[in-house]
Design a protein around this ligand. Structure first.
Ligand code: NAD
Length: 285
């Protein structure tokens, strides 16, 4: 096994590379909090920062990135188009605003934040066009299920290279993760820590004690060994550092299985809408 570290990257189907681990910035609204978290994470080796129009902190992320004063190609910046900005024209205009807020010439990854039936294909056409223009290096989706992706494939010129999904030990999404892999789509786990709800699970606690690691570290290590990419969030420098310190121990096959066995198929978010039901033209083949 090649030794991985916080700088490890995964090759995407479009030829670009993406860091395996990144920092999520959801619910960071205070500008200083964003600046300090990004700075702290960069210092610890994180290069991917995951924001969204919906988080209302793109401008703070832009300021934080500017403050870092590093080469642009040393960073991997992801943002997401909000539901209300789907549709060709709105994607184009809202993305222009996002770029301004981020003070960037391009983003590394643009995701459709959530599948909705309105403008389903138009939104994606805008994504393809932004990529053609070089304003976005890679395009992807978030919270897309198998049917959404199959439906998208009926008209897309290019398929998403990343699908960001809620994935953690209580929602392992094995079938979806396998589906993504079979279709050359990298799964990126959001709420990889289950937003903290799994830390007290006795199985996790026991494994953490055995390795002298924290519950958060064990969960992230599980993601890593499973082949997920992941973007845990924290605003505390010590936790940000701790979450990056998962490359010096290994879970046994038995421990991996014990954690996989915790799956309950329970979501933090709501179930993504079934686009094909509303579009009623989903091709059944
Ligand atoms: P998460 O699973 O990353 O959990 C974050 C929480 O866990 C923190 O608020 C903190 O309370 C706790 N925590 C983190 N590290 C810890 C540590 N070492 N010790 C103890 N506690 C620790 O949840 P999340 O923030 O919802 O998800 C991560 C990122 O995913 C977000 O910030 C965002 O960027 C992205 N996200 C995307 C979507 C989407 O629909 N695409 C939805 C939600 C989140």
């Amino acid at each position: 096994m090649t030794k991985q570290n916080i700088g490890s990257k995964v090759k995407l189907a479009d030829g670009n590379e993406m860091p395996v681990q990144g920092l999520g910035v959801y619910r960071m609204t205070d500008e200083n909090q964003v600046i300090n978290s990004v700075k702290s994470a960069y210092h610890d080796g994180y290069r991917l920062f995951d924001t969204a129009q919906m988080y209302k902190n793109e401008a703070a992320v832009g300021k934080a990135v500017k403050d870092l004063n590093v080469n642009r190609d040393d960073l991997f910046i992801t943002t997401k188009i909000a539901e209300e900005n789907q549709g060709y024209d709105k994607v184009m205009s809202s993305f222009e605003e996002s770029l301004k807020k981020l003070q960037l010439d391009y983003v590394d990854m643009l995701l459709v934040h959530w599948p909705i039936h309105t403008h389903f294909f138009e939104t994606w056409r805008a994504f393809e066009s932004l990529k053609e223009q070089g304003l976005v290096k890679s395009i992807g989706t978030s919270n897309y299920g198998m049917l959404h992706l199959q439906y998208l494939a009926t008209k897309a010129n290019e398929m998403p290279v990343v699908n960001q999904l809620e994935v953690h030990p209580y929602l392992s999404q094995q079938a979806m993760v396998d589906f993504d892999r079979e279709n050359h789509i990298v799964t990126q786990a959001w709420a990889p820590l289950g937003r903290g709800r799994i830390f007290d699970d006795p199985v996790i606690v026991k494994i953490a004690e055995a390795h002298d690691k924290s519950a958060a570290q064990v969960i992230l290590r599980w993601h890593l060994q499973r082949g997920d990419t992941f973007i845990p969030k924290s605003v505390h420098p010590q936790r940000i550092q701790q979450n990056a310190d998962i490359y010096d121990f290994e879970l046994s096959d038995d421990e991996m299985e014990q954690i996989a066995g915790l799956n309950r198929n329970t979501r933090i978010s709501q179930e993504p809408e079934m686009v094909y039901e509303i579009g009623h033209q989903y091709p059944h083949h």
